[in-house]
Design a protein around this ligand. Sequence first.
Ligand SMILES: N[C@@H](CCC(=O)N[C@@H](CS)C(=O)NCC(=O)O)C(=O)O
Length: 235
Amino acid sequence: MSTGIAQGVLPPVLDSTSEQPPLFDGTTRLYTSYICPYAQRVWITRNYKGLQDKIKLVPLDLGNRPAWYKEKVYHENKVPSLEHNNEVKGESLDLIKYIDSNFEGPSLLPEDPAKREFVDELFAYTDKFGGGLFAAAKGDGDAGAPFDYLETALQKFNDGPFFLGREFSQADVVYAPFVERFQPLLLEVKNYDITVGRPTLKAWIEALDTVEAYKQTKWDTEELVSGLKKRFQLS
Ligand SMILES: N[C@@H](CCC(=O)N[C@@H](CS)C(=O)NCC(=O)O)C(=O)O
């Protein structure tokens, strides 16, 4: 558990015994799980745009989910979902774009068409990337393939450490939560260091730690790794 919850900076996790927050009362709510990488993408977006007071976090215990979530809020029963303007929407990639274009705050997408196209390309690779990570964790296939892709992608705009160079963007938001989890997981269970031979990826990981919006969402590594080990039945 994060010290953020203990210190009252982050709201407590709701479970099957918790009452439902009033739906469609005008409050914008991000239903989330602190340990879910998809939800973390949207949490980073909210923080980067300075929407901490405008979008309220409603963290759920996915292992002991409140029944009202599926019944009344989001029938897909997954996180993240966003309650806004009397509607509930899901899917992390869509929510990043929705929040970035429908709320105030700094943009996570530059005007430059070549950069926008590259963000689309990076969004399109996310499923394949996820598949590669799961294969790597289970010991199937080439563990390095998803990270080789990142290493190459990070070299495209080389005036800074992020995917688009100097500017932190939607593309960084999408990949950061997964690298946060799989870097320590692969090191622990496969003794595989994803940064060896990948200096650009290493520099990106270091640069992420300078982004306050991301730092506020980082979770206890041991908790993340032990959750994934259980999920993939790794010892
Ligand atoms: N494609 C969805 C995936 C979301 C997702 O799988 N979330 C997981 C938690 S990390 C979840 O809610 N799982 C609950 C379930 O599948 O019942 C997105 O990008 O938002």
